[in-house]
Design a protein around this ligand. Structure first.
Ligand code: SF4
Length: 212
């Protein structure tokens, strides 16, 4: 890979964030490219595992979701469930061997911020699945925890909301209106500041701009 000022900076910042995540007992890996990120994520998911996921646009972008669907895993797939079974499948996901998720922001000192509507993703990150794989692009890194929360709430959420209908103000304006609408996707805000048990959450940080 040709080194540019951007890739050089990303590599240095990635190394700093990996060290910070490790100090908080997360497993953490910097991968310069999507391809390297996919390889690393697959190494972390043993074949035969039950696998579930939520809020994982970046995992999709690196090809991880395709690989999971065509590999030797037992999937807990709410998208394949009948409408009346979806809620039960989402609850089953909390008992998966492995849960794949994204991050809305990661502070340079290693705290991970996620914002959810239903709360299924933040629930799984906090407790339940034996292992959590977080796949995130370097664009998710924010200067500190305050900036990470601001990023999650004012950048990631208004973009994410565009995929859904509803009445939340960000749908019209593109800017967070700090709403309390029934279709609000910012009902739960999780900061994971230390990983316990150690190594339960593995972060694959990719040196490309991915997700939102
Ligand atoms: S307007 Fe509501 S749904 Fe949209 S980003 Fe803000 S809190 Fe979230």
């Amino acid at each position: 890979m040709d080194m540019t000022p951007k890739t050089m900076r990303n590599e240095k910042l990635g190394a700093k964030v990996v060290k910070a995540l490790e100090s908080r007992h997360f497993g953490a890996y910097y991968c310069a490219t999507k391809e390297e990120g996919l390889k690393k994520a697959l190494e972390l998911i043993p074949e035969g595992s039950t696998v579930a996921w939520g809020g994982c646009m970046t995992a999709q972008q690196i090809g991880l979701m395709d690989a999971i669907h065509s590999g030797g895993y037992r999937l807990i797939d709410r998208d394949a469930a009948l409408p009346e079974e979806k809620a039960a499948v989402m609850r089953q996901a909390l008992l998966a061997d492995c849960f794949i998720a994204g991050a809305n922001a990661i502070s340079e000192d290693g705290e991970i911020v996620n914002v959810d509507g239903n709360g299924n993703r933040v629930a799984a990150i906090a407790y339940g699945p034996e292992r959590v794989i977080i796949v995130a692009g370097i664009n998710k890194v924010a200067r500190d925890l305050d900036s990470a929360v601001v990023r999650a709430r004012t950048v990631a959420a208004p973009i994410n909301k565009q995929r859904f209908g509803g009445t939340a103000p960000c749908l019209k304006t593109g800017s967070c209106g700090n709403c309390k609408t029934e279709d609000c996707i910012c009902c739960q805000i999780l900061t994971t500041r230390v990983c316990r048990p150690a190594g339960r959450i593995q972060v694959v940080l990719i040196g490309e701009e991915l997700g939102f």
